[in-house]
Design a binder for this molecule. Structure first.
Ligand code: PLP
Length: 638
């Protein structure tokens, strides 16, 4: 933690305020100059690099905000942590099976990410999970390690099954996991036709259910997996076909982001009973796949709040293994190999979305309201009197009166009785009163009237930010997921404002108004006032899982610019820069023919020349603007 003291404010306070030292531990810190830094590792040592400096480097190279930064180094670290921790736990409790994790491609399908994961995972024989035909096709391009697994989940048609079988023929361990009983006849048929023995797994539904956003993936009513009745049916059909020896793997998935270790233990205990039952039925087995669910501590609170988790990776590994051993040893059954499909815990840390603020709307008046003229409407004069006579003792009365008179003024405006200027004067006086109320409520603390507890929220500023929640943080909009969000610089200055964020889509849902807090969530974020010197840049952290491809094209705002950043011999290396979508790109996604559009606009401009609205020269300038707009970035440009 940096200890630079600046007046009454220190960067240590900033680190604490935004909990950087909790959710960002080992990955991010704050420099004494107030910049958030990524703690990058060049293989020799850790080099803290300022995110602001990275933005400057990218801007020099022609990349504008918003930018998604990827840190492959963090991917490597997460893969090493997962594998080493499982291996250490295996050693500690003398577990006999080995760990062979797989990365579920769905969590971040980007080619660079999958490529980096297979590269960094090679020493651990870290495999891939494919939930669809397309993901299997991607996996087969990347994963050529015969000691790693490729796990095929999801609904499978003939093409999907054939590809998995061919993969086995090529020397890979590609497991076809049966999600529904109806898949089995097709697997039997295709294996026979192609003359290839499959590796088969079964996905089971557990009765154990966990808390959290994604708990519908587990429990009796989950959509995926076989019920006990269906599992018995699959076993009987395999036996009848004389193919029970194909069954090697049992898989379960409780859902993503399981916050409570108790739920993980409960599910492991139930699953291992199922595993034992399959061995007793005569299946060879040998592999248990515990699915995803290993949580990320997004708020750093280490609690069972849904954006956090009350366990470490070490506890996760030990608890699962111990639950298995307790049953397996009693039943005298060999310890199987363990696969986990940890997606979020592998990729979340590796991406940060950076965006700038282009405007702030203040509700708190920056100047005292000017005196009113003699002929001002009565309601406005009454409101002004409330302002002039405000005292802490009259706080509740002043608040009630302010609300009443403002509503009256709005009514009178609707009826055409008072002017726009008087209505604006009324708003100015009203917000001045609310400002006094808030100051007093803060001073009174717990003794403030309960009615006024939420008044502060009405004064919170709106920071207009240059990105789309729908495109870049879809889980924030769809399921209220919280990500750590904070300024990436100026943390050596006390943030004197409080704000929420409104994105560039102009959609009332395109906002960030809930933020991580140690004790749950907070409804606004401490921020700095904008200045004329610098762009004010904010970062959304831990966004590597699910956010990149779940996004939509709301308001035709496309993919942001992306850059991967590493360090080599103490220098920042900018690599794999990918330009975000242009306007033409997003239009073509929604089936516009951009050449035809240019032609139509040209026709309009030519008609204007004929009608003498513009000159031919002006036509050229206008067409150039249209063309440049078409080829430009979809986000707000300075
Ligand atoms: N495996 C399956 C079958 C999934 O559906 C998912 C996603 O929910 C995962 C693994 C990844 O889960 P997580 O990101 O929580 O590790």
């Amino acid at each position: 933690m940096s200890k630079s003291k600046l007046g009454d404010w220190s960067v240590a306070q900033a680190e604490e305020l935004y909990a950087v030292n909790l959710w960002g531990k080992d990955y991010f810190d704050v420099s004494k100059d107030g910049d958030v830094r990524a703690l990058l590792d060049d293989g020799e040592s850790v080099l803290p690099v300022s995110l602001k400096e990275m933005v400057a480097g990218l801007e020099d190279r022609g990349f504008e905000l918003p930018i998604l930064l990827r840190f492959p180094d963090f991917l490597k670290r997460r893969i090493d942590i997962l594998n080493n921790t499982f291996n250490q736990a295996i050693k500690e409790i003398s577990y006999k099976g080995n760990y062979r994790g797989v990365y579920p491609i769905k969590v971040n399908q980007q080619d660079h990410v999958v490529d980096a994961i297979t590269q960094f995972g090679r020493e651990h024989h870290f495999g891939l999970e494919a939930g669809s035909k397309a993901e299997l096709i991607a996996a087969l391009a990347h994963m050529h390690d015969g000691e790693a697994y490729i796990v095929c989940n999801g609904y499978k048609d003939e093409e999907f099954i054939d590809l998995a079988l061919y993969a086995n023929k090529l020397g890979l361990q590609c497991v076809i996991v049966i999600e529904m009983p109806e898949e089995l006849p097709l697997i039997l048929e295709r294996a026979e036709v192609l003359g290839i023995e499959p590796l088969i797994g079964v996905r089971i539904k557990l009765s154990s259910k966990s808390a959290g956003h994604w708990n519908d993936s587990g429990g009796d009513r989950s959509v995926f997996g076989l019920s006990a009745i269906q599992l018995v049916d699959v076993l009987d059909r395999l036996k009848a076909a004389g193919k029970l020896h194909w069954l090697k793997l049992l898989h379960y998935h409780q859902g993503s982001q399981i916050p409570n270790i108790r739920a993980i233990r409960e599910a492991a205990s139930e699953a291992i009973r199922m595993y034992v039952s399959l061995v007793r039925e005569g299946a060879p087995m040998g592999i248990i796949d515990i699915g995803g669910g290993l949580a990320v501590d997004y708020d750093g609170s280490q609690t069972n709040f849904q954006g956090s988790c009350n366990y470490s990776v070490r506890e996760y590994c030990l608890d699962v293994l111990e639950s298995f051993v307790a049953v397996l040893d009693k039943e005298k059954i060999e310890h199987p190999a363990i696969i986990s499909e940890s997606g979020r815990a592998t990729v979340a840390h590796s991406s940060v979305l950076l965006f700038n603020v282009f405007e702030v709307t203040h509700f708190e008046p920056r100047e005292v309201p000017p005196a009113l003229g003699e002929d001002s409407p009565e309601m406005l004069r009454n409101l002004f009197e409330v302002y002039q006579t405000f005292t802490p003792k009259r706080i509740q009365e002043a608040y009630n009166d302010a609300m009443y008179y403002r509503r009256e003024i709005q009514q009178l405006f609707k009826q055409g009785i008072i002017s726009l200027r008087d209505r604006a004067r009324g708003d100015h006086v009203y917000w001045s009163i609310i400002s006094e109320v808030v100051k007093e409520v803060k001073r009174m603390g717990r003794s403030a009237p309960p009615d006024l507890a939420d008044v502060e929220g009405s004064l919170v500023d709106i920071y207009h930010v240059n990105f789309s929640v729908f495109q870049s943080l879809p889980d924030s909009w769809a399921i209220d997921q919280l990500f750590p969000i904070l300024p990436i610089h100026r943390l050596n200055e006390e943030p004197t404002e409080t704000g929420i964020m409104s994105d560039i889509t102009c959609d009332c849902d395109g906002k960030l108004d809930k933020f991580i807090d140690y004790h749950g969530l907070k409804k606004s974020l401490p921020l700095h006032a904008l200045n004329d010197r610098d762009d004010y840049i904010l970062g959304a952290f831990l966004v590597g899982a699910y956010q990149e491809t779940l996004g939509d094209l709301h308001n035709l705002l496309g993919d942001t610019n992306v850059a991967s950043i590493t360090v080599e011999e103490g220098e920042i290396v900018y690599e794999k820069e990918i330009e975000g979508d242009t306007v033409a790109d997003v239009l073509s996604y929604v089936e516009y023919d951009t050449k035809d559009m240019v032609q139509r606009f040209r026709d309009l401009a030519e008609r204007a020349v004929r009608q003498k609205r513009i000159t031919a020269n002006e036509r050229r300038t206008i067409l150039k603007a249209y063309d440049e707009g078409m080829r430009g970035y979809t986000y707000f440009r300075d």
